[in-house]
Design a protein around this ligand. Structure first.
Ligand code: ADP
Ligand code: ADP
Length: 224
C-alpha cells in the first residue's frame, strides 16, 4: 500500500477545472517532484493531499486513510507563501511547527528550534519579526517550521522559489539530508525542472490536458 494514493482526482473551482483525473501513488520514503506550468493544478494537488481541500471527486488516501476522514496527522506542509505570524518572532514562528504536545520552552524543544534556525541559515535572527526579514529569509523560516514536526510525509510547494542561488543549493541539500536520514516521504511542487530532476526519484509532469498527468519520469542520477 503506497503512503499517498490518488485515484481519479478531479477538482473544480466554479468554472475552472484545476485537476481532471490525476492518478498517483507514492511509496514510503520516495521523493517525488511535481512539475508543470503555472496554473496546471500543482498547488491544488498538494492542498488536497494535505487535507486542506476536502471538496474534490475521486479517492485520496494517506497511509490508507481517506483524507476526508482526517487522513494522517503525520503530514507536514510548507506553503508557497510563508504565512508567518507577523506579531511573532522567528523562534516563535518555527515553534508553531512543533507537535502540539511539545512545550516550546522545554530545553530539548528550545535546542531543536535553535538547530532548525541554524540549518536554514538564520542564526542571529531568532528575535527578528517577519517584517524585518527578506522574502527569502521568510521562506526559510517557513521551511524550518515545516521541518520542526519531523513529519513522515512532507509536502512542499515551491519552497525555494525566493532564495538566491547559493542559499537555494544549501537548502536543497539540507532537504536531501533530512530525506535520507529520516526516511521522509517527500512531494515537492516546483516549476523548475532542473530542481525536480536534481532532487527527486521520480518526476510527475502535470499539464497537457488541464490538470492531468502528462508524464511520469523516473530519475536515475548519481548524487554527489
Ligand atoms: P499551480 O499551482 O500549478 O500554479 P493551482 O493549483 O494554483 O496551479 O491552480 C490551478 C487552477 O485552479 C488555476 O487555473 C487557478 O487559477 C485555479 N484556482 C486555484 N485556486 C483557486 C481558487 N481558490 N479559486 C478559484 N480558482 C482557483
Ligand atoms: P458536489 O456535487 O457536492 O460538489 P462532487 O463529488 O460531485 O460533489 O464534487 C466534489 C468536488 O469535486 C466539486 O466541488 C468539484 O470541485 C470536483 N469535481 C467533481 N467532478 C468534477 C469534474 N468532472 N471535473 C473537475 N472537478 C470535479
Amino acid at each position: 500500500e503506497p503512503v499517498l494514493a490518488v485515484d481519479g482526482l478531479r477538482k473544480r473551482y466554479d468554472d475552472t477545472v484545476a485537476l481532471d483525473g490525476v492518478d498517483l501513488a507514492v511509496a514510503d520514503g520516495e521523493f517525488v517532484a511535481v512539475v508543470g506550468p503555472s496554473g496546471c493544478g500543482k498547488s491544488t494537488l498538494l492542498r488536497v493531499l494535505s487535507g486542506l481541500e476536502p471538496q474534490f471527486a475521486g479517492r485520496v488516501a494517506v497511509d490508507g486513510t481517506d483524507v476526508r476522514d482526517g487522513g494522517s496527522d503525520d503530514v507536514g506542509m510548507v506553503f508557497q507563501e510563508p504565512r508567518l505570524l507577523d506579531w511573532a518572532d522567528v523562534r516563535e514562528n518555527v515553534a508553531v511547527g512543533l507537535p502540539a504536545d511539545v512545550d516550546p520552552d522545554a530545553p530539548a524543544a528550545r535546542e531543536r528550534i535553535d538547530e532548525l534556525i541554524e540549518t536554514v541559515g538564520l542564526d542571529g535572527f531568532s528575535e527578528s519579526r517577519p517584517d524585518q526579514l527578506s522574502g527569502g529569509m521568510a521562506q526559510r523560516v517557513s521551511l524550518a517550521r515545516g521541518l520542526a514536526y519531523d513529519p513522515s510525509v512532507l509536502l512542499l510547494d515551491e519552497p525555494f522559489s525566493a532564495l538566491d542561488r547559493l542559499t537555494k543549493a544549501d537548502q536543497q541539500d539540507h532537504l536531501l539530508d533530512v530525506w535520507e536520514e529520516r526516511g521522509t516521504t517527500v512531494v515537492l511542487v516546483t516549476h523548475d525542472v532542473e530542481e525536480a530532476v536534481y532532487l527527486a526519484d521520480r518526476v510527475v509532469v502535470l499539464g497537457g490536458q488541464p490538470g492531468s498527468v502528462e508524464a511520469v519520469v523516473d530519475v536515475d542520477i548519481d548524487r554527489p
